[in-house]
Design a protein around this ligand. Structure first.
Ligand code: FA5
Length: 336
């Protein structure tokens, strides 16, 4: 009988191990360990055994077999539950790398980079930053800068006019043609001494080419203090050139003419290879301009300078044509 019991236990454990679902395990449990199962049958057969010893050892074998099958069922149940959890986890798995993939990071436009670097360099030289407005009156853009209506220098600034409403006198409102009107606004609002740079967008009704845009950017500089001379201007331009371009660059002033400065100069920078590049205009602030800004020319003197940011970015990166910077061609823009 013991052999039968052990044989039945082995067969039962093989079936238990083969159960594929929790339902199958439950069905096997009922079948194998239930009242009509093989081991219940062995148990009731014990009574028919001849000796007490036989009854005891066969009874022990039935108990061991029942316990082994119960344990087998339990083990299989746990295995199946674990496998099921793994399947469920795999099914519910979220690919976080997919969710977290960041959009490609952009960067500041090459002209914005030049603008910001210029601000940094001038802040390092002790200047403050101001910004004016794109739409200006004729007075701020021209008249206050010593360029009355019939002044020939106005023809250098092909102007976009803004017609706002019926009352606006035609020609009285302009898109600023340079950042110099901010000089006047600063003089009117900031008590001297003034050490200020004013970057911003300007507009000229010009035909574009490799070095000319109709919408471009300038950086204006204004210093007003007591006893300021042309030597201060030259020294500031030289310090700026070395700080922005590098110690192996130099600068020079060349006589020129602007109605709002006297004397006036163009300033050029010299590259390490010896080449001279024209960068912008400058000069000592004209007494009429100081007066327009509400300052007494007997008490205050100063210098101003202005240059093109786009042209500067063009030179710095050896870009052939300024128009390329505004073509919105990513293959071009991603290089800077
Ligand atoms: C002026 O606009 C003066 N306001 C500069 C100035 C300020 C002189 C203070 C004295 C004192 P100009 O027209 O030369 O000057 O322009 C200055 C710079 O702007 C030029 O050197 C050039 O770098 C840039 N620029 C001028 N026109 C264009 C254009 N169409 N496209 C791109 N850059 C330009």
């Amino acid at each position: 009988m013991i052999e039968h019991i052990e044989g039945a236990a082995d067969a039962a454990l093989v079936r238990v191990a083969a159960a594929a679902t929790a339902d199958e395990v439950r069905a096997l449990e009922a079948e194998l360990l239930g009242k009509r199962g093989p081991f219940a049958g062995f148990k009731s057969g014990l009574a028919g055994l001849a000796t007490v010893d036989e009854k005891r050892s066969a009874g022990q074998a039935v108990n061991d077999a029942t316990a082994a099958v119960a344990e087998g069922l339990d083990l299989r149940r746990r295995e199946l539950a674990k496998a099921e959890r793994a399947t469920q986890l795999a099914a519910e798995r979220i690919d976080l790398t997919e969710v977290m993939t960041r959009p490609r990071r952009g960067h500041a436009h090459v002209v914005t980079q030049a603008w910001e670097r210029l601000e940094d360099v001038f802040i390092g030289l002790g200047f403050q930053i101001a910004e004016g407005q794109h739409v200006e009156t004729d007075w701020y853009n021209f008249e206050a800068l010593n360029m009355p209506r019939d002044h020939p220098a106005r023809s250098m600034h092909d102007t976009f006019y803004v017609q706002h409403g019926e009352e606006g006198e035609p020609g009285s409102t302009v898109l600023r043609t340079h950042t110099s009107p901010v000089q006047i606004r600063v003089m009117q609002t900031v008590p001297p001494p003034i050490y200020m740079v004013m970057p911003g967008r300007v507009f000229r009704n010009e035909t574009t080419d490799a070095t000319h845009l109709a919408v471009f950017h300038q950086l204006e500089g204004l210093v007003i203090d007591r006893g300021i001379t042309l030597a201060d201007l030259a020294g500031t331009i030289e310090s700026f050139t070395k700080a922005f371009f590098g110690a192996d660059f130099g600068s020079r002033l060349r006589p020129s003419y602007f109605p709002f400065t006297e004397p006036s100069a163009e300033f050029d920078i010299q590259t390490p290879s010896g080449q001279w590049l024209e960068l912008g205009g400058c000069g000592m602030v004209h007494p009429n301009v100081l007066r327009a800004g509400g300052l007494d020319p007997e008490e205050w003197s100063g210098f101003a300078f202005g240059f093109g940011i786009d042209r500067m970015a063009k030179e710095r990166h050896a870009i052939a044509d300024v128009r390329e910077m505004y073509s919105n061609d990513l293959r071009f823009l991603e290089q800077f």
